[in-house]
Ligand binder design. Structure first.
Ligand code: CP
Ligand code: NVA
Length: 315
């Protein structure tokens, strides 16, 4: 059990910052907030609170789910494009953090280098939430864990496989899967595997909690008997110049019906979206009966409301 105020005022930067009990706490809050929302019961735990949302990259899900989620919690979400902030004209992250902390109750940021988020969190006196960096996407993974919990009942004896680029999603999924006790296999082409330092830490945690971690370049080996099949775009935001070479390198890593024959019979397919249909995944899989990508996208709002409530609600 996590005491109610243990996480009050904390940042949400990476899954690895939290214990299993804390992740379970976020998930159980997300389930109750989802229920309240579905039943139309008001739950204004953040009345009078303001969330600043800084975006240095595009977004559909993160922006809309944070904005609507904050509204549903009775608070006010403030969208700030970095182009419009002085941040885009050379004001430091540290000064931006110090100033915003005097106006708002929390800051969500989507940016490039993860170090920028760490810097913001260092100088902010209010909670900072990572809405995606080049290295991590923890809000997405919390929503993914919620979706898996809803569909599979619990995490025990499950195998999650991720086929594709060893990017922010692969990193955060590795951390999330091992944290909750799932086995995890990642298949990426050589040169595109997840961050080796992060993989080392995940291996160490897996040794302690008895989960299996496999990093391979063989998609068939990774997907074998998998309960959850996950993929993401081959070219992430900020890598547009590499698109042509990536298209070539990832050809054998498409999640399609043939590859999925090796997964467990009742596998579920997840994708953080946006998907590039016909590249990392076929329409047949995206729109097929194993796919739960839109339930997963919906769960962004419930998972993030839990994060906001746990970090910001003083009542
Ligand atoms: N999955 C995700 O973060 O989507 P957006 O880029 O649309 O926010
Ligand atoms: N890996 C993708 C995830 C988008 C939600 C990117 O960073 O563009």
């Amino acid at each position: 059990m996590v005491p109610k105020h243990q996480l009050l005022g904390k940042d949400f930067l990476a899954i690895s910052d939290f214990s299993k009990a804390e992740i379970d706490y976020f998930l159980s809050e997300a389930l109750s907030l989802k229920e309240l929302q579905k039943q139309g019961i008001a739950h204004q735990f953040l009345k009078g609170k303001v969330l600043a949302m800084i975006f240095e990259k595009s977004s559909t899900r993160t922006r809309v789910s944070f904005e609507v989620g904050m509204y549903q919690l009775g608070g006010y979400p403030m969208f700030l494009s970095s182009n419009d902030l002085q941040l885009g004209r050379g004001e430091t992250i540290a000064d931006t953090a110090r100033v915003l902390s005097r106006y708002v109750d929390g800051i969500m940021i989507r940016t490039f280098a993860h170090e920028k988020v760490l810097e913001l969190a260092k100088y902010a006196t209010v909670p900072v939430i990572n809405g995606l960096t080049d290295e991590h996407h923890p809000c997405q993974v919390l929503a993914d864990l919620l979706t898996i919990l809803e569909l599979k009942g619990d995490f025990k004896n499950l195998k999650l496989c991720y086929i594709g680029d060893g990017n922010n999603m692969a990193n955060s999924l590795l951390e999330g899967a091992v944290k909750v006790g799932m086995n995890v296999a990642i298949a990426s082409p050589d040169g595109y595997q997840p961050d080796p330092h992060l993989v080392g830490n995940v291996h160490a945690e897996a040794l302690v909690n008895g989960t299996e971690v496999l990093i391979t370049n063989d998609p068939i080996e990774a997907i074998k008997d998998a309960d959850i099949v996950y993929t993401d775009v081959w070219t992430s935001m900020g890598q547009e110049d590499e698109q042509a070479i990536r298209l070539e390198k990832f050809q054998d890593y498409q999640v399609n019906a043939k590859l999925c024959e090796h997964a467990s019979d009742d596998f579920i397919f997840l994708h953080c979206l946006p998907a590039h249909r016909g590249e990392e995944v076929t329409d047949e899989i995206m729109d097929g009966s194993h796919s739960f990508v839109f339930q997963q996208a919906e769960n962004r709002i419930h998972a993030q409301k839990a994060i906001l409530k746990i970090l910001l609600a003083t009542g």
